[in-house]
Every structure is written in C-alpha cells, then in structure tokens.
Design a binder for this molecule. Structure first.
Ligand code: URA
Ligand code: CA
Length: 434
C-alpha cells in the first residue's frame, strides 16, 4: 500500500477499507508516514468526511496503536463518562462517588491536562494527602472494595491519537466530526470502558457552539461506541454559561461536596442526576432512568454518597475530614467581590471568557510546565436570568494576589446585563440513545 494512493482515494470521496485505515494509523504511529502526508490526509477527511464504518475502523485502529487497560478483574459493568470540555464542570467529582454509592463500579483513569482549571486529578489533590500514584493491582482492589478509585494516566494509551491531535492542531483540521469523534472514543475504549455516557456541551463555552453540530458530534460518537460493542449514549447539555457556581480547583471540590450533600447548585445537581441515571441504567443496576434517579436521590439524602466520597478519599491517602469541614481545603488570601455596575437581569455569562479570567488567577495550566494554584478561582453569585441590583456582587474572586483589576476587567466583559427580563436557557437539550 502507498500512502499517496490512500490520500487520493479519500480526496476523491471514496471510503477506505479497514485494512487501509489500519495501515495509515500503524505506519503513522511508527513514524513511517511523514506529517506532510498525514496532513493532506486529515484535510481530505475534513472535506470528504467518513462513513460510519470508516469511523469505527479508525477508532479501533487508534485503540490498538498502544496499550489498552484491562478492567476485567473488576466486578460489574464499567461505565465511563466523558464531557466534551466546558468551564467549571464539576460533574466528574460529583458523579464518581454518587454512582459508586449505588453500586456502579467507577474505575477512573484521569489526567491533569491543560485548561481553565486543572483536570480531575488536580482538583482532587486539593484534598491534603490524596494521591493517584497507585499500581494497577491496588487500583483494581480499591474499585472492587469501594466501587470507586482514580489512577493517574500511565502506559502508552492511544499514541496515534496523541500524534494526530497535535498535527490537527496546527493544520486546521481539529474541527472535523469524524476526527473528533474517533479521537475521544478511542481514548475511552482504550481505558477499558464497557459502556460510555457522553455529555456533549453546546453553547458559547463549548467546542460545538451550535446545537445542530453538537447533535451531529453526539450521534457520531454514539454510533462508534455501539458499532464497536460498547453501549454508548449521549446527553447534549448547555454550556452557554458555566455549570454550577464554582470555577477553580478547591472551589469545585467544595461545590462537589455541597452537591453530594444535597445543597449544590441546582443546574449541577440536575445534570449529575441526568448523566448519573443513564450510567446506572447502562451498568444494569436499574431498569429505567426514573428508577435510577430515585436511587441516586436516595444516596444523597441518606448520606451514602458523602460516605462513599470519604471512603474514596481516605483510601487514596486523602484527609476525608475536609468533607465535613471544607475550610480545610486550600484557601486564597484575598476575597474580592465584582460589583454590578448597573441594575437589570443577567443575560450572558460567556463561559470560555470566564474560564480565561480563572486562568489569570492561576487556576489552570497554560503549558504542561505551569503550576496550578489550587486555592484560587471564581464563584458566580448570579446566573443567566437572575435579577441584579447595582452594586450587588456578580462574582466572588478568590485570589492570591491583591491587584485583581485585570481579572475584573475580563469578568465585566464576560457578563452582560440587560434591562429586560431574560429567559433561563434549558440545561439539557437532547438525548441521543442510538
Ligand atoms: N478532544 C479530543 O480528545 N479530541 C479531539 O479531537 C477534540 C477534542
Ligand atoms: Ca462548577
């Protein structure tokens, strides 16, 4: 096989065979296909798309480009959840202990990543002593015992995707539905998920700014999952404003604790119950989402969800007493209110630029080498649709430096106030089941 022929075939709109796709992925991973040919290929895919069969074949080829995680020693159906980006998305921190509390095994492999705030591991490290440097055996033992554990990314998972994603980033080919869908799904499958719940975000803070695109991406991922034998469904949820109130590592841990106690922001709680009930059904712990939802609500009201969080934290060295006393989490030195300059109704809270403001405080990582300040971040005091008086706080800024003028300017530019009443955007737009 010659790469040039395969580029031409895709350029002219034909579907590639499984063998042809495997050849491209294997040879590219090994370094036998140069970046310039792969760039031409991804651009051809960008314009010509891929059939459902090609997408499944591409995903599996990427899964098999490296190690895969074997979770077969964990009892039960392992359901993973993936959210496509978003700002201040605390759902993983809530969902892991919440679904574990009703018996769904959560074997989470997580990274640090770049972004407005840290990844799940960074957030959890706000709890003193908590660590993810455990070996595979210990990981499996903990999931079987407590139903939840988190391990740091190890091994050589989907090297083809790593290489390809970096190439797409600099060749204007990230934004292709078959390439995004296969990239995300290959990582979930390599990490050992039997079933997958996807939370595809749409709106100003998301990758897919409009609903139709989000729906198309969701459908593409659900098809891939189901075509390769992993039951998959997707929820399309709103990211026109940040989810919940907290954006920042310690602040999000506290928000997750509040939510598991039943005192969290209503949008965060609702999305967690929605995603969680689908996870419970896919894990076959309930026969309907209604039944699953009442099991999850019961885990919250009985305290079982909080107890599961404590078990999970202490099993990995964490100080579980933060759950009853969140003031033990890292605290910022300066607390500054962002006062509304006019009265009215909040009409916009542009999620990605709020995220940038959190970055300015040091809550996230701009490069792999940056360090994160776990204490800092933002707490929204108002959400879209809320009425606000002049001088009332819109946001509480938690900072470790005194002069936060630049952060304030960014926040004022991200929050719009209208003199007319504003409708609250829906939280869940759609569900894609098959
Ligand atoms: N996230 C991924 O992991 N891959 C993509 O291609 C896009 C977003
Ligand atoms: Ca949040």
């Amino acid at each position: 096989m010659r790469m040039v022929d395969l580029i031409e075939k895709k350029r002219d709109g034909h579907a590639l065979t499984k063998e042809e796709i495997s050849f491209i992925i294997n040879e590219y991973t090994k370094g036998n296909i140069p970046d310039y040919q792969m760039s031409a290929f991804t651009m051809a895919v960008y314009f010509q798309g891929m059939t459902e069969q090609e997408r499944a074949d591409l995903t599996l080829a990427m899964v098999h480009s490296g190690d895969t995680i074997d979770l077969s020693k964990i009892e039960g159906i392992k359901v993973d959840k993936h959210s496509t980006g978003g700002v201040g998305d605390t759902t993983t921190l809530v969902l892991a202990p919440l679904v574990a509390a009703v018996g769904v095994p959560v074997a989470k492999m997580s990274g640090r990543g770049l972004g407005h705030t840290g990844g799940t591991i960074d957030k959890l490290e706000a709890v003193a002593g908590f660590h993810v440097e455990i070996d595979n055996e210990e990981f499996i033992r903990l999931v079987n015992k407590n139903k939840v554990a988190v391990i740091g990314q190890s091994g050589n998972l989907t090297p083809a995707d790593k290489k390809l994603y970096a190439l797409r980033d600099v060749t204007a080919t990230v934004n292709s539905i078959p390439l995004i869908a296969s990239s995300i799904m290959s990582k979930k499958i390599a990490a050992g998920a039997d079933a997958i719940v996807l939370d595809v975000k749409t709106g100003a803070g998301a990758f897919m700014k409009d609903l139709e695109e989000a729906r198309e991406l969701a459908k593409a991922m659900v098809d891939i999952g189901n075509n390769v034998g992993r039951q998959t469904m997707a929820v399309i949820s709103d990211m026109s404003q940040p989810l919940g109130f907290a954006i920042g590592n310690s602040l999000e841990v506290k928000e997750a604790i509040d939510t598991l106690r039943g005192n969290g922001p209503s949008d965060l709680e609702e999305l967690c119950l929605t995603l969680g009930s689908h996870m419970v059904v896919l894990a076959k712990k309930a026969t309907s989402t209604e039944e699953a939802r009442s099991m999850l609500k019961e885990a919250i009201s009985s305290g079982k969800a909080l107890d599961t969080l404590k078990l999970f934290l202490s099993a990995q060295g964490g100080d579980a007493s933060v759950v009853d006393d969140p003031s033990k989490l890292p605290q910022a030195k300066y607390i500054v209110e962002l006062e509304a300059q006019e009265a009215g109704y909040v009409s916009e809270i542009i999620a990605d630029s709020i995220g940038t403001a959190a970055m300015l405080l040091g809550a996230g990582r701009a490069t792999k080498e940056s360090t994160i300040d776990l204490a800092v971040g933002l707490e929204l005091r108002k959400k879209i649709g809320d009425e606000v008086a002049q001088g009332e706080s819109l946001v509480t800024i938690h900072s470790n430096f005194e002069n936060v003028q630049e952060v304030k300017d960014k926040l004022y530019a991200s929050i719009k106030i209208s003199s007319n009443k504003v409708e609250v955007p829906p939280l869940v737009y759609d569900r894609i089941l098959e």
